[in-house]
Design a protein around this ligand. Structure first.
Ligand code: ZN
Ligand code: ZN
Length: 213
């Protein structure tokens, strides 16, 4: 155990004022930081250079990072133009130009973390895409509900007349033509097609609508 008195020594921003109560064998010192705060620090931390301020140094470093110049840098579709100001949370806001031509203002953190990579146009694009591809097990569900082209030979979708006067029912599942049989009458073929819809489409539609709840 050293009996060295650290009083008056400077360690970074800290100046030792007096000795504080020990914790076990460990000597502690009350220090005054250049910023005005007082802190109690282990002598070993001071001597090893592990503690150089009341904590304000680290805070400043993060603030500095926040103030790094981003102008000219690109994040996704955004090209950073200029620093605007701090917003209400003390965050730096950057003016950006989106590839779509819109200007937008983005916080430093949202840029560097790539949380924001467009003026919002990308997100809108994704939404439209999502609507087009509401897929359940590879089946695009909204398309099933759309009015399908009515088969010209019978006036019923998915039912067509063969050369020998019979009726073939079919439907498309996952881009594949499902054969639902050849039937003697139009009515039977329509029934077969309806059964096919129940069998093949309903689970998908229900699964999707269930997901949307
Ligand atoms: Zn300080
Ligand atoms: Zn945009």
């Amino acid at each position: 155990m050293s009996g060295i008195d650290l009083t008056g020594n400077r360690y970074g921003r800290l100046v030792v004022i007096s000795e504080a109560e020990r914790v076990g064998e460990n000597r502690r010192w009350v220090c005054k930081c250049d910023c005005g705060n007082e802190v109690t620090v282990y002598g070993s931390s001071l001597k090893r250079g592990r503690t150089k301020s009341c904590g304000c140094l680290r805070k400043e470093r993060t603030t500095k990072a926040d103030e790094r110049d981003l102008s000219g840098r690109r994040f996704g579709k955004l090209l950073v133009i200029e620093k605007l100001s701090k917003n209400e949370y003390g965050r730096i806001i950057w003016k950006c130009m989106c590839d779509c031509g819109s200007e937008t203002e983005v916080a430093y953190y949202n840029l560097v973390s790539e949380k924001t990579t467009s003026c919002g146009c990308v997100r809108v694009g994704h939404l439209n895409e999502a609507l087009e591809t509401q897929r359940v097990d590879g089946v695009v569900v909204p398309k099933l509900k759309q009015k399908v082209r009515v088969d010209s030979s019978t006036g019923h979708k998915g039912v067509s007349k063969t050369k020998n006067g019979k009726y073939v029912a079919r439907l498309m599942v996952k881009g594949k033509d499902k054969y639902l049989g050849t039937h003697e009458t139009l009515e039977l073929a329509i029934k077969a097609r309806k059964r096919g819809e129940e069998l093949y489409y309903k689970p998908y539609i229900e699964a999707l609508e269930g997901n949307n709840d």
